[in-house]
Design a protein around this ligand. Structure first.
Ligand code: DX5
Ligand code: ZN
Length: 246
């Protein structure tokens, strides 16, 4: 079931996942709605694919955001699939709760997980896609076998913890490696990137082979967030047209 959910998303169109870290936390339902539906002049494209929800515990990262009760409330308030990025310690204990709450994809950090293979099983058993994230200085190669159990790979292109940081292009080598492993059939993953994605950086990420682009400040810092989503998607289509069916 979870795997079908992944396969039906691959190669359909570039996925855009606005991060609510840059939204107004007092108006989360409205902020979700602002990207869930296409705005005026967005070229007929659908709204955002996923809403990226950054959960931080002030231990794994030096920042504190929101947790399970907020995710449960968001789930009830919007139909847009939730992409929960858990920047927390001991995800083995806490992450399955987010899957049970109805998140579409639950991503844990490999640097924090004790038993990432078992954790992926737990996430899928609870009905979510299983995501694994790697920080900018964490290599990909040691985790290729582990990634066989996952549906998404989130490559961090900033140090996790804060929105609005500058994109680190050196992580694109890991994206290229992941793309190659997927295209040659060794892995089946949605390749996701997170951090510093905007109109200036999205094209090189697209050319490197990203499927799903998280963008916080570039979407919620724009006057019209829905239009910003459409513009980012259009940039991806332009820079990597061979990858997407019409
Ligand atoms: C950073 C978060 C990101 C963040 C991205 O730790 O994981 O999702 O919201 O924000 P921008 O797009 O502004 O870099
Ligand atoms: Zn994130």
């Amino acid at each position: 079931m979870a795997v079908e959910g992944r396969d039906s998303l691959l190669g359909v169109h570039p996925m855009i996942a606005p991060s609510i870290l840059s939204a107004d936390f007092a108006r989360l339902a409205e902020e979700a709605a602002a990207v869930a539906t296409p705005g005026e002049g967005t070229g007929g494209y659908p709204g955002a694919d996923w809403l990226h929800v950054d959960v931080m515990d002030a231990h794994f990262v030096p920042n504190l955001t929101l947790g399970l009760p907020v995710v449960q409330s968001l789930r009830a308030a919007t139909d847009i699939p939730l992409d929960c990025h858990l920047m927390i310690e001991d995800p083995d204990r806490w992450a399955p709760g987010y899957a049970e709450a109805g998140a579409k994809n639950v991503t844990v950090h490999v640097e924090a997980a004790h038993d990432p293979v078992m954790l992926a099983r737990d996430l899928r058993a609870a009905g979510a896609l299983a995501g694994l994230s790697i920080k900018p200085n964490t290599p990909l190669d040691p985790y290729v076998e582990v990634l066989k159990h996952y549906d998404t790979l989130l490559v961090m292109s900033v140090e996790p913890g804060f929105g609005g940081q500058s994109f680190m292009p050196e992580v694109l080598d890991k994206v290229r490696t992941a793309r190659r492993l997927v295209d040659t059939g060794h892995l089946k993953l949605i390749v996701e990137i997170d951090g510093g994605i905007n109109a200036d950086t999205i094209e090189e990420a697209a050319e490197a082979g990203v499927d799903c682009f998280v963008a916080g400040s570039a979407v919620y810092g724009a006057d019209d967030p829905a239009r910003a989503v459409a513009a980012l998607r259009e940039s991806v289509r332009r820079s990597a047209p061979h990858r997407w069916a019409d």
